[in-house]
Ligand binder design. Structure first.
Ligand code: PLP
Length: 388
């Protein structure tokens, strides 16, 4: 468990808290002193050395090793990509849809998941969406949609819409039973708890640095289970996907024998410099500690809101870093909270409040005090969780 002193010391590294109560890590993590320094390091290397590509490529590989350590994978199972969308697309365009054309997604997935797989319809994919019930989708609901023609399930661990936490182990068991693959999108949780992709038993895993990993946009990563890497050949490629990117042979197409085959072009070096530092900061706090801290803050907010009679969109028992309250005017509430120097976000009728290691119980009470004074902007009722 993190002590108040530990949280205060960690928080002090993020300048935004000198002016604001920052509760929007579900959109973009806060900027730390460490990440600022790493950007400066990149600029200095560029300024003083011109083009130190060997050092930059070493940063790129160091970032890969860091992401691999973060999720319990080998570095050769990790591709560095510019966005989660690029990672999902790299998997989608490497699959064939002749024998198992069905792709099963959930209605709470981030829209990019739908877009990436729906784009594969021209190659034969048949996309189906599992509907939610009571604010979540059970493994049984996923299993009811799986047939012997199902090739892959796209599953999101924490929904960006309502903070619902999927039972990944249950869904993975259902997928295995029917011989289907599973791609986990962990963008809304990665950075707030320990992750082990082997224990999760997923085939593919995507996340990126800009949210709870406290890094910049422009860097994401894709894990591909070792046994699958060489069975899949992406149809979108480039020199950084080759076994030897520096062979400089335009006629030769030799995809890497590792997950690097899911990459394409020159990596975003400035962002890579800093993406590793966010992860290292979190490692210094400890992921078990962060998970426990975040769960306490989120459940206090949800309990406090329910006590005020505010409807929670986040299902009871689904505590993660993101707590979502139903609002009559979610955008209005975001603006109102901004006037109190509180940064949150909205999606449809949901007011999203997200927590990380730098947030405190006082942040929660401050939000609740403001909400209590503006109940007309919130949906009140007896339902614990409804449709997202
Ligand atoms: C769960 C989830 N997946 C994917 C994305 C999109 O990621 P990217 O823009 O890196 O493709 C988001 C963005 O908010 C998200 O919340």
């Amino acid at each position: 468990m993190l002590s108040e002193k530990q949280v205060a010391e960690f928080r002090a590294r993020f300048a935004v808290f000198r002016k604001k109560i920052y509760l929007n890590s579900c959109s973009q993590g806060a900027l730390s002193d460490e990440v600022i320094v790493s950007f400066r390091e990149f600029l200095t290397s560029w300024d003083e050395q011109g083009s130190p590509w060997d050092a930059w490529i070493e940063e790129y590989e160091a970032a890969r090793r860091t992401f691999a350590r973060l999720i319990g994978a080998d570095a050769d199972e990790v591709a560095i990509v510019p966005s989660a969308s690029a990672g999902i697309n790299a998997v989608a365009n490497s699959l064939r849809f002749d024998e198992r054309p069905e792709v099963i997604l959930g209605e709470y997935d981030f829209p990019t998941t739908g877009h990436a797989w729906l784009a594969q319809q021209s190659r034969g994919a048949k996309v189906r969406f599992v509907e939610a019930e009571g604010g979540g989708i059970s493994p049984e609901a996923y299993e009811r949609c799986i047939t012997k023609k199902t090739g892959i399930l796209g599953v999101t661990r924490i929904s960006f819409l309502n903070g619902w936490r999927a039972d990944v182990a249950g869904i993975a068991t259902a997928a295995r039973k029917h011989g289907a693959l599973l791609l986990l999108d962990d963008y809304q949780d990665c950075g707030t708890r320990p992750v082990n992709v082997k224990a999760l038993d997923v085939d593919f895993y995507v996340s990126g640095t800009l949210k709870y990993l406290l890094g910049p946009p422009g860097v994401a990563f894709l894990y591909v289970r070792k046994e699958l890497v060489q069975k899949l050949l992406p149809t979108i490629s480039g020199w950084f996907a080759q076994e030897n990117p520096f062979a400089f042979d335009v006629r030769r197409f030799e995809p890497a024998r590792t997950a690097r085959r899911f990459q394409a072009g020159t990596p975003p070096i400035p962002n890579l410099y800093s993406s590793r530092r966010g992860v290292e900061l979190l490692e210094s706090v400890g992921f078990e500690n962060i998970a426990e801290h975040v769960a306490r803050l989120a459940s206090t907010l949800l309990d406090g809101a329910r006590d005020l009679g505010i409807e929670a969109k986040t299902p009871a028992g689904s505590v993660g870093p993101l707590a979502v309250l139903r609002a009559n005017d979610a955008d209005g509430l975001v603006k109102l909270l901004a006037e109190h120097q509180i940064v949150v976000s909205s999606r449809h009728d949901g007011l999203r409040v997200s927590f990380h290691a730098y947030n405190t119980m006082e942040d929660v009470w401050t939000v609740l005090r403001v909400l209590e004074r503006h109940m007309s902007l919130l949906a009140t009722g007896s339902k614990a969780a409804g449709k997202a």
